[in-house]
Design a protein around this ligand. Structure first.
Ligand code: COA
Ligand code: AMP
Length: 636
């Protein structure tokens, strides 16, 4: 059974049509977008499994996010509210002002010879210029690739290497509680590590953070360049042309460059704003994430702006900036109707303020819904938030690859009863199924691989940047005809999907997607380490945290605490502080199958004190016993 069978109202009708007549469904959804050449067809399946949406249409995404709203008389309405809890300031850009800023910066890029199809890497903190740079690229048809500010130089370099950008846009730095992150030394290091250094580098100087373009030969200062720039207009691009590349963690150390098109993206996000989030023109949406993650791309920048809503760009944390009332202060101050954040942020607030005393200080009556994604919304956190906020708390499940929700409770289309622990049902366009290892569909309640029947709906990944082989191998070849999500879970008898976790080596730390493979690659570089495994274990606050297990080289005598400190520093230096790699356990051997595959899942189960069974293919059961003794749990 599929989730299409759930319900009998608007959701069931929409889902059924999206499956039986996707052409009609997605062509109608496309009417909400302003096209230069309107589509006459929705899906192009001529090169399946490489599907394309709106093959004969052209548009400009920035026009849809800005110009059309100004032309429609919304010029004076707030488009973007920058709220910096770090600086204690707020600043509002109307649609007309944002359009001016974006057109100017688009002019800066054009003057540097950047045009449609060229890549621009953006390495920026949560400041308006990050969104302005993204939209400026969209305006001229350049392909942006945003890199999260918490990533270290080597990660930035890996993305530059792959995207081969003509320009890099950055800022003097970001603000974290109690410290300043200077970006320019990181950028310098990254440029030293890549053979593909871009010709143009633009720096937005932030008052309190040292470092500016003036210290570097040939680098441009954002403010000076923008002041002199000739505003650039919108360039129509093919709906199938890439809008952005967003790198995400795969199972290996090499990040995957997820490619998003222009047309499908505009249609899907526009559709999702009313049907899922129940947000339209003039209403305020606040997505408390970061523009470096897909959630930020879709619902800090593009989604709200595509429908003429007001978006809040928040620089701060849920706690400590200055307290656990920060989120409620923002909701009250800006009249937020929909708040979207990661469960870890709610857990952080709950930890600091279990009785929600801070919440009582604010009037949050504008808030209609709290949306959560990025990791599973655990029932405990769900219950707490529901009780304290008094509004529906809605989990929804998606990935960088899909760009928008796969499963959700579609608040604008047809609100459904919420089941704690489930992101509700498949969103129209997504034919979600559970299959066993052999690819056969399993019945209700049975856990298996979550897959989606091809084609995926508009707005989902068009592929991986210049690597069709990896795209097919990673997602499409395990179960032909299906997209492999990498998550496991089950669908209950009502069609509700339950996502239980990744079935690969990707982990989720505080809603940040990270690769244990990448961390293993760093740990393995240490001179005393013979081999290692990093697994994601349960963490009360962050959902998961990485835990490293290392086998020392014969004769290595390093003190274990010294080793831990060195490994922690290496991961922080090469991947970034955001990896929160802190646990290191020295073991005699790693449990492996006879074919040499490390039993990471079993290790994780042991570390989490879960029941586990000893696989029949294990090379040496004594190794598992030793690990179990070291970490404490019982063998079942
Ligand atoms: N730039 C530089 N460093 C960053 C960073 C950024 N953009 N974001 C995080 N870091 C650093 C932090 O300063 C911290 O460094 P430290 O080890 O020196 O303290 C480290 O990375 C870990 O950060 P974080 O995961 O944010 O943990 P925390 O303990 O500081 O805060 C939470 C915990 C729960 C409050 C925080 O993780 C949070 O707000 N999470 C929400 C996550 C989210 O929105 N995810 C997006 C997906 S929807
Ligand atoms: P990212 O690509 O960073 O958005 O991470 C995607 C992964 O995060 C998914 O494959 C899931 O493992 C996990 N994830 C995101 N949202 C949810 C959710 N609502 N429930 C369970 N897991 C989630």
């Amino acid at each position: 059974m599929t989730s299409a069978e759930h319900g009998n109202g608007a959701y069931a009708d929409a889902f059924a049509e999206s499956v039986t007549d996707p052409e009609a469904f997605w062509l109608r959804a496309a009417e909400a977008v302003d096209w230069d050449t309107a589509p006459t067809r929705a899906l192009d399946d001529s090169a399946a499994p490489m599907y394309r949406w709106y093959p004969d249409a052209t548009l400009n995404t920035c026009h849809n996010a800005l110009d059309r709203h100004v032309a429609a008389g919304r010029g004076d309405q707030a488009a973007l509210i920058y709220d910096s809890a770090m600086l204690g300031t707020t600043c509002t850009y109307t649609y007309a002002e944002l359009l001016t800023e974006v057109s100017r910066f688009a002019g800066v890029l054009t003057a540097q010879g950047i045009s449609a199809g060229d890549r621009v890497v953006i390495y920026m903190p949560m400041i308006p210029e990050a969104a302005i740079a993204m939209l400026a690229c969209a305006r001229i048809g350049a392909v942006h690739s945003m890199v999260f500010g918490g990533f270290a130089a080597a990660e930035l370099a890996a993305r530059i290497d792959d995207a081969q950008p003509k320009a890099l846009v950055t800022a003097s730095g970001g603000l974290e509680p109690g410290r300043t992150i200077e970006y320019l030394p990181i950028v310098e290091r990254a440029l030293g590590l890549t053979d593909n250094a871009p010709g143009t580098i633009v720096v937005k100087n932030r008052e309190r953070i040292p470092g500016s373009a003036a210290d570097h030969d040939g680098w441009l200062d954002w403010d000076t360049a923008a002041a002199d720039a000739e505003p650039a207009g919108c360039v129509a691009v093919a709906a199938t042309d890439p809008l952005y590349i967003l790198y995400t963690s795969g199972t290996t150390g090499k990040p995957k460059g997820v490619v998003r098109d222009n047309g499908g993206h505009a249609v899907a996000l526009t559709w999702s704003m009313r049907n899922l989030y129940d947000i339209g023109a003039g209403q305020v949406m606040w997505t408390a994430s970061d523009v470096g993650w897909v959630v930020g791309h879709s619902y800090i920048v593009y989604g709200p702006l595509l429908v003429g809503a007001t978006t809040v760009l928040y620089e701060g944390k849920p706690v400590g900036t200055p307290d656990a009332g920060a989120f409620w202060r923002v909701v009250e101050q800006h009249g937020v109707r929909a708040l979207f954040t990661a469960p870890t942020a709610i857990r952080a607030i709950r930890k600091e303020d279990p009785e929600a005393a801070e919440l009582a200080k604010y009037d949050i009556s504008t808030l209609t819904t709290l949306f959560a994604a990025g990791e599973r919304l655990d029932p405990d956190t769900y219950e707490w938030a529901t009780a304290k906020l008094g509004v529906p708390v809605v989990d929804h499940w998606w990935q960088t690859e899909t760009g928008w929700a796969i499963c959700a409770n579609l608040r604008g289309l047809e609100p459904m009863p919420i089941k704690a622990g489930s992101p509700t049902v498949a969103v129209p366009g997504y034919r979600v199924q559970i299959v066993d290892a052999g690819g056969s569909e399993v019945g209700p309640g049975t856990e298996g691989n979550i897959v989606i029947r091809l084609p995926l709906p508009p707005g989902t990944l068009a592929g991986l940047w210049r690597d069709e082989d990896r795209y097919v191998k990673s997602y499409l070849s395990t179960f032909p005809g299906y997209y492999l999500t990498g998550d496991s879970g089950y669908i209950d008898a009502d069609g509700y999907v339950f996502v239980l976790g990744r079935s690969d080596d990707v982990i989720n730390v505080a809603g940040h997607r990270l690769s244990t493979g990448a961390m293993e690659a760093v740990v393995a570089q240490h001179a005393a380490v013979a081999e290692c495994a990093v697994v994601g274990i349960k963490d009360d606050l962050k959902g998961q945290r990485p835990s490293g297990y290392v086998v020392l080289k014969a004769g290595a005598t390093i003190d274990h605490e010294v080793l831990r400190t060195e490994l922690v520093a290496m991961v922080r230096d090469q991947i970034g502080a955001v990896a929160t790699f802190r646990d290191v356990t020295v073991v005699q051997a790693l449990p492996k199958t006879r074919s040499g595959k490390i039993l990471r899942k079993t290790m994780r189960q042991i570390a989490d004190h879960e029941d586990y069974s000893v696989p029949s293919t294990i090379e040496d059961p004594a190794v598992l016993d030793a690990l179990a003794k070291l970490l404490g749990p019982e063998v079942s």
